[in-house]
Design a protein around this ligand. Structure first.
Ligand code: ADP
Ligand code: MG
Length: 316
């Protein structure tokens, strides 16, 4: 990792001395719970991610430090969630982050027609996601878990700007020597992960292709009835671009997705090339709406459905 622009202090004083928790949980994974909180001194809202240091009897503190280091590295990207403070107790590390009031884009991906994204929305949001991803890739960081549950919105009505969260699986590209487990969520992982081939920035680009598909159609392109079927669909790149699903969606959008859902990682287009793609490059659609979106309190955040984060080889 390059020298960080700032070094986050791991505070040992009580989190509850500076914040009060508010409302129900924002989300929950295997080893983390995310709750909304209010900073007592400023009355500002934040999202606190409580991460257990011991998981399955193993000390995972260094994994959490890695997550923090990546968030620090990404401080200068407006599309990566901002890290405000970090607390450490005997059992947990608490990341206090900017609160993304619009919740997961997942909710709009599976919403009814009238609530769903338009192609124009998707163009603006994918443009922002790509700018965030490009920033990571320029710093040799891969996210490895880009999916609709980890892409949040600053507000949902009106539709705000995106914030990429959850760097729990992220890593420096050159530190990836061998992949021993299947990382990420079955529906979104790239074929090279299933085949234990090297991970690269192109691995994230596959996920951007899947994300674009889901955001435009509401359909998860590789999802099968079983995990095995999903994996088979991915490794055979068994994906349909039917008229029914892509009704009213531009040819350029389909071309864009097709240039990402390619089995050979070297043949996929990069984040840079995506931003030059005719589907995205025509207008200046990606500019953030306002800088005050975060102060809006619209749109209740639903707790996402729990999805399996890491599938061990043994269970495949
Ligand atoms: P996990 O590693 O358990 O998946 P995440 O960092 O993805 O943890 O957080 C879990 C969920 O919590 C997210 O999918 C999202 O719904 C919610 N969440 C996380 N960070 C924020 C935030 N900054 N603002 C609002 N909600 C958040
Ligand atoms: Mg997550």
């Amino acid at each position: 990792m390059e020298p960080s622009p700032r070094q986050t202090v791991l505070r040992t004083e009580l989190f509850a001395g500076s914040y009060r928790l508010e409302g129900k949980e924002l989300g929950r994974g295997k080893f983390a719970v995310v709750k909304k909180c209010v900073e007592l001194s400023t009355s500002k809202e934040y999202a606190a991610k409580f991460l257990r240091k011991r998981r399955k009897g193993e000390d995972c503190r260094s994994d959490i430090i890695n997550e923090i280091a990546i968030l620090e590295m990404a401080t200068f990207s407006p599309y990566v969630v901002d890290l405000h403070e970090v607390y450490e107790t005997n059992s947990e590390i608490i990341l206090v982050m900017e609160y993304a009031a619009g919740g997961e884009i997942f909710n709009q991906c599976v919403a009814d027609q009238d609530e769903a994204f338009t192609e124009k929305d998707v163009i603006r949001l994918i443009h922002q996601i790509l700018q965030g991803v490009l920033h990571l890739h320029r710093n040799n960081v891969v996210h490895l878990d880009l999916k609709p549950q980890n892409i949040l919105l600053t507000s949902s009505k009106p539709l705000g700007d995106i914030r990429i969260v959850d760097f729990g699986l992220s890593r420096k590209v050159d530190s990836v020597k061998e992949v021993r487990e299947i990382l990420g969520t079955p529906e979104y992982v790239a074929p090279e992960i299933l085949n234990y081939e090297p991970i690269s920035t192109a691995t994230d680009m596959w996920s951007v292709g899947v994300l674009t598909y889901v955001m435009l159609t509401g359909v998860s392109p590789f999802q099968g009835d079983t995990k095995q079927q999903t994996f088979l669909n991915i490794s055979q790149v068994n994906v349909q671009y039917t008229q029914e699903e892509f009704d009213g969606i531009s040819k350029l959008a389909v071309e864009f997705i097709k240039s990402l859902l390619i089995k050979n990682p070297r043949k996929r287009i990069s984040a840079d090339q995506c931003l030059q793609h005719p589907w995205l490059s025509s207008t200046t659609i990606s500019a953030p709406l306002t800088n005050t979106n975060l102060d809006q309190k619209e749109g209740e955040v639903k707790t996402s459905e729990l999805t399996e984060e890491i599938v061990l080889l043994a269970s495949y």
